[in-house]
Design a protein around this ligand. Structure first.
Ligand code: AMP
Length: 585
């Protein structure tokens, strides 16, 4: 952050709530909610954004998903709203996608629980009827995608005359999706006196211009770009495994099974998560103990003693709890959550690879947090390999290899005479290889090798050379993915990387927007296949394909655009029904 405040102390304040959050000026009911959620301290963006927002200032914040920006704007807005007259919505949050609308709506509901804030989420694809009724009954906060918000404004079911605060979340994505005019039209309906907060992962000139038009003397907040001091980032092998939310637990267990760490620190963001993860790992046969700020000193001492003596192999901790601990160097640091800043990341992985020993850091990564990971990578100047979670087959191979290693080690032992006799006797009537294989099978089973494993769907991984928000593939110029596979690609009509096509489209071609991207596993081939097979369009007729986190853009012949949109809108792409429409520049 621009003005990094000092780390707060670990000790809870007199009333038991996080002193870090209390110092920002948040009221008791919100502090109580944060305490229940297990948040121990504010993230950097929260430290920076909450005070000016509470003071009623406009804010222009550069922050990626995963930095805690939802709470950074929600908490102060909920507090200001609590003092306001209820009735027509007082807060309007605009977000680019339905998924984000749901996520932000749920988060605001959670944060506003004690304040009894009524939050409503509006996005396309839902029936309008129930939305009309709910809006009529009255809501405090509306979280909406621009298209649906405008629909309601036009039907006069959403009245913005009482709006006091507007948040534009992931503004760069909203512009990428062609919502610029819609945003202007919506903001026009809100009072000039309102407070506005704009958050965006990137700050291109188009965002600056929106900010210039709609924000009044905003407090600017951005993530620090200065690299971490040379020598502070340890030499640690770093890997991140990408997995969607429902599979996080399974992924953590899988990764731990694969790594077989002697001693590992597993980091979580909240106390609640620490307890849940500890219980989950123990239920899967690991020996894990929790350590967090909510525990008494004797409890912590007991846990630390068990960890130091090797009785416990996994210590599951929050950052705050770990900060105060004298923990010996561990073989592995596992980030169950990517931390909200590079500083915390460096602090975490500094627990391994000490004193010239080898260290490994593993992160379980939400696809939406890849951008945050890349910014951590830039700041720490360290390479993090991003890979899909190991498959069930990978794990079985690893387990078998462990059995083999155990047998190999046992073969070095000298006290085997008794066993030799048994094998010799058996070998008189059975094949020795069969005997050995059966014995190995038993060991494999005893080591838990036959434990049933759940399939974890692979999430396509973006390669470092595609560090931008999106990966662009040009056609003609090679098959989808050729570049990734190291196959030389014939140059297309425009450079193959970066953001070609953004500025304008090719003559005679139209661009269609498909509401599915990397985060739902879409590959270029899926789009080409769907268009070729369903709309019967020769794949050679297609132009550039751009796949972003949550949507894709495909250049198609203008004459066929309407047909393709119609057909694709009715079929499934990779098993999903998705919104398809003409892309507006
Ligand atoms: P966001 O960047 O808003 O998507 O938040 C990312 C995640 O961090 C969410 O799962 C939040 O619940 C969590 N989170 C936000 N603020 C904090 C905090 N101060 N302490 C712990 N977890 C947090």
């Amino acid at each position: 952050m621009k003005h990094e405040s000092p780390q707060p102390s670990v000790a809870p304040s007199a009333h038991g709530f996080s002193p870090g959050f209390a110092a920002l000026g948040l009221e008791a009911r919100l502090l109580a909610t944060l305490d229940q959620l297990g948040y121990e301290e504010p993230t950097p963006i929260q430290r920076e954004a909450i005070p000016p927002l509470l003071a009623g200032n406009d804010v222009l914040g550069q922050a990626a998903t995963g930095t805690g920006k939802t709470a950074a704007f929600s908490l102060p807005l909920l507090q200001r709203l609590a003092q306001a007259v209820k009735g027509n919505p007082a807060v309007l949050v605009l977000v680019p996608t339905r998924e984000l609308a749901i996520q932000v709506g749920e988060a605001m509901q959670r944060y506003g629980k004690e304040l009894r804030t009524r939050v409503m989420t509006l996005y396309g694809g839902q029936a309008m009827g129930p939305q009309f009724q709910a809006l009529k009954r009255g809501v405090d906060v509306v979280v909406a995608t621009p298209g649906r918000a405008l629909d309601h404004i036009r039907r006069q079911s959403l009245k913005l005359g009482q709006v006091q605060i507007v948040v534009l979340d992931e503004a760069d994505e909203m512009l990428d999706m062609g919502f610029a005019e819609d945003l202007d039209a919506i903001l026009e309906q809100t009072p000039a006196t309102k407070q506005t907060a704009l958050f965006s992962a990137t700050m291109p000139p188009r965002i600056k211009s929106i900010a210039h038009r709609h924000l009044k003397h905003p407090t600017e907040i951005s993530i620090a770009k200065e690299p971490v001091k040379a020598g502070t980032a340890p030499r640690v092998q770093q890997t991140a495994y990408v997995v969607t939310r429902p599979y996080r637990n399974a992924a953590l267990a899988r990764v731990l099974d694969m790594a077989g760490p002697k001693s590992a620190l597993v980091f979580c963001r909240t106390r609640v998560e620490v307890d849940e993860v500890t219980a989950m790992l123990n239920s899967r046969g690991h020996r894990a103990e929790a350590i967090h700020g909510g525990m008494s000193q004797p409890q912590r001492d007991r846990v630390m003693q068990a960890f130091r003596t090797g009785q416990t192999e996994l210590l599951v901790a929050t950052d705050v709890a770990a900060r105060g601990l004298d923990i010996p160097s561990v073989s592995h640091v596992i980030n169950f959550d990517l931390p909200s800043s590079a500083e915390v990341y460096v602090h975490r992985i500094g627990r391994t690879g000490r004193a010239g020993r080898e260290g490994t850091a593993i992160t379980i990564l939400d696809p939406r947090e890849e951008r945050l990971l890349r910014s951590i990578e830039q700041v720490t100047k360290a390479k993090v390999t991003v890979a899909p979670v190991p498959s069930v087959a990978d794990l079985l191979a690893k387990r078998l290899d462990r059995t083999r290693a155990a047998v190999q080690e046992a073969m070095q032992a000298e006290d085997m005479d008794g066993f030799r006799g048994v094998v010799e006797a058996m070998a008189a009537s059975s094949d020795p290889i069969t005997i050995a294989a059966a014995a190995m099978k038993l060991i494999f089973r005893a080591q838990g090798g036959e434990r049933e494993e759940q399939d974890i769907p692979a999430v396509p991984v973006r390669r470092p050379e595609f560090n931008q928000t999106m990966r662009t593939m040009q056609r003609p110029g090679g098959r989808p993915g050729d570049r990734d596979r190291g196959i030389p690609v014939r140059p297309g009509s425009r450079p193959p990387q970066g953001r070609p096509g953004r500025g304008g489209k090719t003559a005679g071609m139209a661009r269609i927007y498909i509401a599915a991207g990397w985060s739902s596993g879409i590959q270029p081939g899926d789009l080409v296949g769907a268009i070729a097979n369903e709309a019967k369009i020769n794949s050679k007729a297609l132009g550039g394909i751009e796949i972003l986190d949550r949507f894709s853009l495909v250049e198609v012949p203008e004459a066929a655009a309407a047909k393709i949109i119609d057909v694709l809108g009715r079929t499934r792409i990779k098993g999903q029904k998705v919104v398809v429409r003409l892309f507006r520049e």
